[in-house]
Design a protein around this ligand. Sequence first.
Ligand SMILES: C[S@@+](CC[C@H](N)C(=O)[O-])C[C@H]1O[C@@H](n2cnc3c(N)ncnc32)[C@H](O)[C@@H]1O
Length: 223
Amino acid sequence: MKLKRTKKPRTKEQSKARRAAKQRNAKIIKSHRDILGIGNLRRAWKGVLTRPKVCFQTKIECLVMCRAASEVKGIIVEIGRAKGGSLALMSIASPLSKIYSIDISNENKRTALKTCKKYKVSRDRYEMITGDSAVVAEKLNKDVDLLFIDGDHSEEGVYRDLISWVKYVKKGSIIMAHDYYPVKHIRRKEVGPYDAITKYILKYKNVKFERLVHKMAFLRKIA
Ligand SMILES: C[S@@+](CC[C@H](N)C(=O)[O-])C[C@H]1O[C@@H](n2cnc3c(N)ncnc32)[C@H](O)[C@@H]1O
């Protein structure tokens, strides 16, 4: 015979604490929803909340990355796949896009496939390409609706990615670049992205800097 579990009645303090926690959570969720938007982003939102340990971005960076991906119905290119964290999240956020995810190394490909499987991203939604990003750009030769630069973080590496890829990005589209440390005192080892982007914008002027969220820089192709 099954025994019925009887709930202990909550004390006044417990009820009060529960209500306060609910209100706090509602506030957090509302502010994240503002960033993320609603609609088909529900799954992305859940994905971000349980964001894979293999993802290199902070929660807020994941949110803004998903937000940018959600506005795309075309081709997304990710330079630097590693264990597939950002690939899986962008795939969830942008159900009508195809994502080309490039990495110079094959080492983490199995983990990346597992990550996508865990987040129920169907296999036809993405393509994992192994190779140097600059070489792949020439071979792929496709118009890009969203570019995410997170590969070789050296100044030369990021500059080379900009030179090789920006020409394929559609006018008006977004280019995201991770690990952008603009202020001297918070600049750590990786100063490559900041230096390369600054140098590129000054020289080519076909891209403008839009905003920075944590270490995620957003650029827009303007010409
Ligand atoms: C920071 S990780 C990418 C993290 C991933 N975007 C994420 O958030 O889950 C950087 C990756 O870039 C790759 N990489 C480095 N140089 C590269 C190049 N020239 N072309 C393509 N990938 C490169 C490395 O192998 C590494 O896996």
